[in-house]
Design a binder for this molecule. Sequence first.
Ligand SMILES: [Zn+2]
Length: 99
Amino acid sequence: MVKPKAKYRKNVAGILPRPLLRQIEHIQRLAREAGFFLHDRELLHCRKCGLLEDVDNMGQLITYNSGHTISDTGLRFMKGKGHKYLCPACGAITCEDVE
Ligand SMILES: [Zn+2]
């Protein structure tokens, strides 16, 4: 097996150079902090109280109550371990649908 050239060994999985990957991670962190949904997981739904996540036309993550007008409650699910999240409205644990 032939060893890759030095500049390619710095790439992540042979695709992205590490500096570019760090810039992408930085931009993703800033976008997430600004409230944008990055589509890196499924939208959540609390089966106990009906709180739903959705994305508005600007790409912002919102939550609203099922059966009501879609208007952001300002509440956000809190990340737990693995694919589990805590509902900010009722405290129930909900899981991301993972295939
Ligand atoms: Zn709930």
